[in-house]
Ligand binder design. Sequence first.
Ligand code: V4E
Length: 252
Amino acid sequence: MMSVEVEQKFLFNSDTVKTIEEIGVCVGLKQFHDQYFDTPDFKLTLRDVWLRRRKQSWELKCPTATVSGTGEPGREQSLCTQYKEITNLPEIYQRVKEFIKEACEDGETEVTPSDEDDSWLGKMNLRCFAEFTTTRRSFTLKGEQGVQIDLDQADFGYHVGEIEVLVPEGGDMQSAQEKIRHTAQKLGELKAIRLYALLCICNRIISEAVKFFSSVFHSGLNEERRVEGKMTVYLKRYRPEQYATLLSAHVL
Ligand code: V4E
């Protein structure tokens, strides 16, 4: 089963959380450990392809075919990204094999990948280049059907929010992007209203309010700029060579 994940990341602080808690419904709290794999010369990530094991299950995120507007796979002109999510292991294996075929042309016998046996990774020269644990709180908002807001805290000290819509294969991408934009606007406006109330109530906390104001406009909710995901921050800190390579290839 394949679906496309359309999402927009945003930065959050305790005030954003308060806003989301007030107007949303918490639909889940979970923790998961992710391991990402690639060849030593970054054959997958240089194609913006992300092979991940989460809770003993495999996922492959691939850019969708050209996205309207940009000509850039996986990216929308707006702040949204969209990636195909493949979760069927034999299909993941086939796709990965195609992406890195040069690496496998050594007469190796065909392997059958399985959840219990990791030997296919070694045969394809795939190594874990990133692993971290995320604690995720998920919310839905009334009137925003099919939209989920995730507040992620990664164990290496970075937190980031995501507004996400899962679209079944062949579904309406345009409407998913619309829903995300609408939700982002709503959260941004509500944050601004909270700020206004704060300013009216007490002048003494003006400096705090200014800080807050700045966070509103640097959250990525009101502004036309991309917010860094967990992986970007992880690579920058722990895999600077891969980060620089992907940056110069315009993957990040
Ligand atoms: C697609 C991608 C990566 C894989 C991880 O994707 P992400 O959605 O950031 O992680 P997570 O934990 O939220 O996965 P979920 O639970 O939603 O499935 S790592 C880097 N990319 C590409 C990418 C990019 N270039 N820019 C942005 C803003 N996001 C992702």
